[in-house]
Ligand binder design. Structure first.
Ligand code: KG4
Ligand code: ZN
Length: 343
C-alpha cells in the first residue's frame, strides 16, 4: 500500500511517499520539502497568511518531484494522507484541500493525520527504529509532552508544558538575544561559544514532583538579563545563549529520566524540532547510557516538520487495523487538537 503524505501545518510544505505493505515498518520511498524560513525571516516569525499562500504554490510541484524521485504515478497512490491539525488554520486548509481534491480525482481515500503523532512515530523511519513500549519526549515548536507509548494510537500523557513549550523558550530567548527566526538552531550555535554556567537562570518546575513543564519564567529571566546587560549584550550573548540552553536541556533531561523511572520503561524516544538540539542529545545519551536505557531519535532531517512523518503515521495506523476512510471528500481541520482526542 502506497501512502502519500502532505504536511502544511506551519512553515514547511512537505510531501512524501511511503510503502506500508504487510506488517513491516513503512518504508520511505521519496520525499520533498520546501521551508519558508527565508520568506518569514524579514518578519521575525511566521506570518500565517503568507504561509498559506506559499503552501498553495509549493505543494503540487513538490508532489511532482516525489513522483519523479520514486518513479511512481499518482494513479499508483493508494491513500492520500494530510495533516489535519494542530497548526495554523489557513495553512492546514491548504494541505487538507489539496489532499482531498487529489484523492477525489484519483478515486482514493483521504486520511487526516495528527501532526504530533507524525513527530512521535518519526523515529520509526530511522536506521535504528524503536520497539514499543517507550517513553516519548515530544519537543516541537508549540508542544512539550512526555508520553507513555504502548503502541500506535496507544498514548498516555504523563506531563506537558503548562505555558511556553521548550521550542518557544528557545525561539523567544533567541529573539531577545537579537537572533534571527527560527531562533532554536541559531541559539544552539551561539551557545557553543559560551559558558553554560555564566548566568544563573531558573529551571522552572524542576522540583514540582510531576512531569509538567513551564518555560515562561525562563523567558522572563532571559529578558531581565538582556535589559541588565544593555549595550554589553553583544559581548555576553554567547554566555547567555549557553546558559539558556543549559536550563532548557536540564529540565528536559530530568523530567525524561523521571518519566522513565515512574513507568519502569527502558526506552526513550525523542521527537520534534528541539530533538535536533545537539546538547540535548549529548546529555540524554550520556544519562541513558549510564542507566541502560536505549534512546532513539528521528534522522536529523526528520526532526522538524516534513511529509514523511505524516505518510508514516497514516501507514502505521492503517497497518494497525484502522479502516480505510470512506471516499467522501468533505473535510475539516483542527488547529487545536490534543493527541488523546485523535484516537
Ligand atoms: O517540530 P517542529 O519543526 O515544528 C512544530 O511542529 O512546532 O519544531 C520547531 C521548533 C522550533 O522552536 C525550533 O526553534 C526548534 O524546533 N529547533 C531547535 C533546533 N532545531 C529546531 N531548537 C533547539 N536546537 C535546535 N538545533
Ligand atoms: Zn511539527
Amino acid at each position: 500500500m502506497r501512502v502519500l503524505g502532505i504536511e502544511s501545518s506551519c512553515d514547511e510544505t512537505g510531501v512524501a511517499l511511503v510503502d506500508a505493505s504487510g506488517a513491516a515498518v513503512p518504508r520511505l520511498l521519496g520525499q520533498a520539502l520546501h521551508s519558508q524560513i527565508a520568506m518569514h525571516q524579514a518578519y521575525g516569525g511566521v506570518v500565517p497568511e503568507l504561509a498559506s499562500r506559499d503552501h498553495i504554490r509549493r505543494v503540487l510541484p513538490l508532489m511532482a518531484e516525489v513522483m519523479v524521485q520514486t518513479g511512481c504515478t499518482p494513479a499508483e497512490v493508494d491513500v492520500v494522507a494530510y495533516t489535519r491539525g494542530p497548526g495554523l488554520a489557513g495553512a492546514l486548509l491548504v494541505g487538507a484541500g489539496v489532499a482531498c481534491a487529489l484523492a477525489a480525482s484519483l478515486g482514493k481515500p483521504a486520511l487526516g493525520v495528527h501532526h504530533l503523532e507524525g513527530h512521535l512515530l518519526s523515529p520509526f523511519l530511522s536506521a535504528d527504529p524503536p520497539e514499543f513500549p517507550f517513553v516519548a519526549l515530544l519537543v516541537s515548536g508549540g508542544h512539550t509532552q512526555l508520553m507513555r507509548v504502548e503502541g500506535v494510537g496507544r498514548y498516555e500523557l504523563l506531563g506537558e508544558s503548562i505555558d511556553d513549550a521548550a521550542g518557544e523558550a528557545f525561539d523567544k530567548s533567541a529573539k531577545l538575544l537579537g537572533l534571527p527566526y527560527p531562533g532554536g538552531p541559531h541559539l544552539a550555535r551561539l551557545a557553543e561559544q559560551g559558558d553554560p554556567q555564566a548566568f544563573k537562570l531558573p529551571r522552572p518546575l524542576l522540583h514540582s514532583g510531576d512531569l509538567d513543564f513551564s518555560f515562561a519564567g525562563l523567558k522572563t529571566a532571559v529578558l531581565t538579563q538582556v535589559q541588565k546587560l544593555g549595550d554589553g549584550l553583544h559581548q555576553r550573548a554567547p554566555d547567555l545563549a549557553a546558559s539558556t540552553q543549559a536550563a532548557i536541556v536540564e529540565v528536559l533531561l530530568k523530567k525524561s529520566l523521571m518519566a522513565l523511572e515512574r513507568t519502569g520503561l527502558q526506552r526513550l524516544v525523542v521527537a520534534g524540532g528541539v530533538g535536533a538540539n545537539a546538547r540535548l542529545r549529548e546529555v540524554l545519551d550520556a544519562a541513558c547510557r549510564q542507566r541502560g536505557v536505549r534512546v532513539h531519535y528521528p534522522e536529523l532531517e526528520l526532526c522538524t516538520d516534513n511529509g514523511a512523518m505524516i505518510a508514516l503515521a497514516a501507514g502505521m495506523r492503517l497497518q494497525g487495523g484502522l479502516a480505510l476512510p470512506e471516499r467522501r471528500y468533505s473535510f475539516d481541520v483542527k488547529p487545536r487538537w490534543g493527541l488523546a482526542e485523535a484516537l
